[in-house]
Design a protein around this ligand. Structure first.
Ligand code: SAH
Length: 340
């Protein structure tokens, strides 16, 4: 049911059991309606419908409801049908790199249907109240005491709420299956016997470089890209493999270990002239790209000022970005080019 009517202050009568009608109830309340409910046909008082502007019949209104519905239609009331709210379920939604426009249509639909949304810091959450229809919004990135809820705590909350019959949307930054612990949450739901599905999102691994004009592949420049987590420093052998591959390297969560990553790649034989870009806060008003070369980047104090969230891109494709300074092409080892 799409509520394209302005229901502010209007009385809406919702027909259906408490459980199946809960989504219609949440949406109508959110749309500003004064809501009356009738959980059984006997609850409908045909004599007192004067102020009702709209009737919403939830589609499991079968059997005994037929007569009531016929009578309501005869009174020329607008009757809309709505699907019964589903039983408890979990939907993992990839929210993309932070901008509402980069959330998929399926992701938006899931948010519109949610009873509760558990969201992370990097998920697009500024306009969640508009994207949802009265869902409860829970920031699981932080608790009131500013401590993040543990992964186990998030999974328990997700499962408990779904068990109570709610549609739980777990909104995550980027794609749920790229360093997002999405598969652990899917496993937790499955173990609890709760239906779960995953709506992919646009990963920051590709989209944040793109926000700086950097393509992760380019014909005759790079025909592969490797996405790694910088959460833990790379081993010497991992650096050797990466340096040997010859394509683009994209590092997420890589600021804290950037020095080790770049030094490791240099030791593994990567040229000191290899372009490096740090793209911070992609798609925000404060997006910033810092361009350098492998030889310079490790020692550059500027890099210390780079902070999370940021994507590190190492490879020749960096030269194709918006912010690659010409002087870096002309003078190997020139100073950093920073643009805001
Ligand atoms: N599942 C996410 C990644 C989670 S790990 C995805 O697919 O994008 C979190 C890391 O993602 C951050 O440390 C940072 O490296 C990167 N990231 C996410 N959003 C970003 C943004 N808007 N700008 C820059 N980096 C971002």
């Amino acid at each position: 049911m799409n509520l394209d009517l302005d229901l502010t202050g209007s009385t809406v009568l919702i027909l259906g059991t408490a459980h199946s009608a809960r989504r219609a109830l949440r949406r109508c309340t959110h749309a500003g309606a004064v809501v009356r409910t009738a959980h059984t046909p006997a609850d409908v008082d045909l004599a007192s419908l004067d102020d009702v502007r709209l009737v919403v019949a939830v589609d499991d209104c079968q059997g005994g409801w037929d007569e009531v519905l016929v009578r309501l239609r005869q009174t020329h009331l607008v009757v809309r049908e709505d699907a019964a709210a589903p039983g408890g379920q979990v939907i993992l939604v990839g929210g993309g790199p932070g901008q509402d426009e980069l959330l998929t249509v399926a992701g938006r639909q899931a948010l519109a249907d949610a009873d509760v949304v558990l969201y992370d810091r990097l998920a697009p959450h500024e306009n969640l109240a508009e994207l949802t229809h009265g869902a409860e919004l829970v920031d699981v990135g932080k608790r009131p005491g500013h401590h993040a809820i543990t992964q186990r705590g998030i999974e328990d909350l997700m499962v408990d709420r779904a068990r109570a019959g709610e549609t739980v949307v777990r909104l995550k930054g980027g794609d749920p299956y790229v360093f997002g612990r999405g598969s652990e949450e899917v496993a937790a739901a499955r173990e609890a016997g709760i239906p779960v599905r995953v709506i992919p999102g646009i990963t920051s691994a590709v989209s944040v470089p793109a926000a700086a004009g950097i393509p992760v592949t380019h014909r005759e420049v790079s025909r592969l890209f490797t996405v790694i987590s910088g959460h833990v420093p790379l081993t010497a052998s991992e650096c050797e493999h990466l340096a040997g591959l010859g394509g683009t390297i994209v590092v997420l969560m890589g600021i804290g270990t950037m020095h080790q990553t770049l030094t490791g790649l240099r030791r593994a034989g990567m040229t000191t002239e290899m372009p490096v870009a740090v793209v911070e806060r992609g798609y925000s008003m404060n997006q910033r790209t810092t361009c350098s070369t492998l030889g310079e980047a490790t020692s550059a104090a500027t890099l210390a000022a780079c902070s999370n969230p940021a994507v590190l891109v190492i490879g020749e494709v960096v030269r194709l970005g918006h912010d690659w300074p010409r002087e870096l092409t002309e003078l190997a080892g020139a100073s950093l080019g920073v643009s805001g």
